[in-house]
Design a protein around this ligand. Structure first.
Ligand code: HEM
Length: 148
């Protein structure tokens, strides 16, 4: 069961982190160069249903694996050396991702224009850096990096 959940977590990670890397490194530069927010909105409308489903899968499978690994939920917030620290980091990344995405969704996207494209770009880059950090922290469970 654990291996199946881990495989599902990995597949959804390829959609979340891979999708954001394509957005930040290929779609966003073109939208900024052409000062055309429609380029970004067209990608977002195609990617968002898949991306949000992948994020939900990440949260469910991640919390399940965290509980299998460390049933003491209070320890998840302790940043104590070992798997507890990595789970704390994952939850921190999740909180930062949710806040940045909500800010973009509620404050920037409704009136996205050529003038506000740089503000949207900063939020896209932030979520993308956070998505890569999720992978680094995830790989740390086996590599031992960041465990302290
Ligand atoms: C979009 C968000 C996320 C991404 C992209 C992501 C990505 C990854 C990756 C690439 C791994 C490495 C798997 C391996 O070594 O084979 C991993 C492992 C893990 N992730 Fe996530 N993750 C995300 C969210 C979460 C969340 C919210 C949690 C919950 C606390 C979580 C908990 C874990 C755990 C416990 C492992 C270790 C699995 C193991 O090595 O046995 N992840 N994650």
């Amino acid at each position: 069961m654990y291996s199946f959940v881990l495989l599902t977590h990995l597949l959804a990670a390829t959609i979340w982190t891979g999708g954001h890397l394509v957005l930040a490194l290929s779609v966003l530069p073109r939208a900024l160069r052409q000062r055309d927010p429609q380029i970004l909105l067209a990608f977002e409308s195609a990617y968002e249903p898949l991306g949000m489903t992948a994020l939900l899968v990440q949260i469910v499978t991640g919390l399940w694996m965290a509980h299998a690994m460390l049933p003491d939920v209070a320890a998840w917030f302790s940043f104590a050396p070992g798997p507890a620290r990595l789970i704390s980091l994952k939850l921190l990344l999740l909180g930062a991702t949710a806040l940045t995405a909500l800010d973009a969704r509620l404050r920037i996207i409704p009136d996205l224009s050529a003038a506000t494209l740089p503000a949207m770009a900063r939020r896209v880059v932030t979520v993308t850096v956070l998505s890569v950090a999720f992978v680094v922290v995830g790989a740390s469970f086996r590599s031992g990096w960041l465990m302290g």
